[in-house]
Ligand binder design. Sequence first.
Ligand code: SAM
Length: 568
Amino acid sequence: MATTKKKEPVKVKSTVIKPYAIRDSQPSMAKEQLLLYGNAPDVAWDDASRYKKNGAKEKVLGAVYTPPRVASALTRWAVRSASETVLDPSCGEGVFLAAARTRLADLGARKPDVTGVDIDGPTAEQTGAVHSDFFAWAKSASPFDVILGNPPFIRSHLFPEESRQLAFGGLARLGLKAQRLMSTWAPFLAICSGMLNKGGRLAMVIPEELLVVGYAEELRRFLLSKYHRVIVCFPASNIFPEVQQGVVLLMCEKEGRGRRGLFTMTYENLEDGNYTSVKPANPWNWNDKWSHLFMAPKERDLINDLVPQLGWKPFSHYGRVSVGVVTGDNDFFVLKGDATKRFDERHLRPIVTSARDLKGISFSADDFNQVIQSDRPAYLLNITEPTSNLSQREQEYLKHGVDSKVSMRYKCRGRKPWYGVPSVWESHAIMLRQIGDMPKIVHMEKSCVATDTVHRVTWNDPTKGKQLSVGFMNTWTQLASEVMGRSYGGGVLELMPGEANELPMPKPSNRLDRIFNEVDALVRNKQAEVAVEKVDSVVLPASLSKQDREAMRSALDSLIERRRKKAS
Ligand SMILES: C[S@@+](CC[C@H](N)C(=O)[O-])C[C@H]1O[C@@H](n2cnc3c(N)ncnc32)[C@H](O)[C@@H]1O
């Protein structure tokens, strides 16, 4: 590994800094790699490649660096006069500090007033930043005119406890609820918003999660109340491909003229300094998330207008979506093949464990037999009796569970007895939870329980179950699923029960019964799009113009494509 050179701190006399020039001393570095990790004076290539390989520092410190051109574009938007004071609360290698000094100098500042903070000692030393946990430092810091940066994206389970408590204290001072699920960027964003002077501006790289996660709902409202304009800009290409983290560029200004609220801007316009190109993105009436921003403005407006016209009821009007069975250890409790033979039938319940076993929109006894024949997990071990009632071979299996410490697994050790899996019941239907292709509801002709890899659906009126399952496969409900759910790296859409229960559902009707078999066959044949068209022809109102149908379809296609791009 090449040795890391100790670099000079960034000089304050910013007119001599050329932070964005690609240095000749790193000929082996590909241009896009330089753009990814920046050419800030301290980034050594061996460090950058090390982060890429093991991701350790990346995960623990949230240390993923902003490309200089992105930092520069955000800084030019946010910093507007030479006298402004600027803060980067988690400055890392100093890419925003350098960009701010350059910008202030260009505006005529002799002594640019730029402050950086970082929790990492060597990093802070190299950039001349304050070495501190931002959440501790912020308690007594003065306000700033501009706050820039790329706060760390540290997931809740790695958020250091001491830091978390300080962050939560900061949120409470702003009247915001602390939530344990919060990743670090959320309190960074909220607390920085509380540290701005009147008329201040904030420009940050923030995970796309801001737009969709439930724990950020209050934060989204807070931002809209705190700022005159909140502008969301989607970067032209994925800035951080190695960490599979979709990000947005968030630009907020406390004061301004004209309309308030949520706006969008394209990345090209941001880089070109074409700031008058911002487009309003509200009103949006049917949920509190900002994931509607993933759609083009025209499609968003159309759909916003169409929703009340359709007048569909939410899923919760017709039934309920609940999580599947949590066994505590699927390898031990879900059995296949010969493993089932040692148990009496009364201890075995047919189970669905994966979306891949659900080929169509119905699940029959034949489908279940196929699962068994393919040697896939098919039975839940469901022992509800004391061990004294069990055969010798059954007792041996449980003893093996104790010896191999299954009984001590997190979900098992609190149960009495440890092998008594709770909440075992068969549902009317199953809804996919993690969706690679298209969301669907599968009508259960064969009675089965399900693990929590899928969701269980209970209908208020089970006689309408088939109609509701097939009706779900229409463009509008599919589109709503893309907007309501969240997608992670890998191109997978995840729908949680709370989100699924809010999805708009077409009214059940006998016409839907009549197309059930045809749609089931199309889905099994991997012709889901044709299936959706078929269902649309029954459930979408005849008054909906061909143009509007096509616009809806194209909005759905673009959301699916956007999600799938994350897989590549
Ligand atoms: C995503 S990097 C951003 C660096 C820089 N702003 C950029 O865009 O290139 C996050 C930085 O946050 C720092 N950090 C993590 N937790 C922190 C905390 N509680 N207070 C201050 N800095 C922190 C890490 O050391 C890391 O340098």
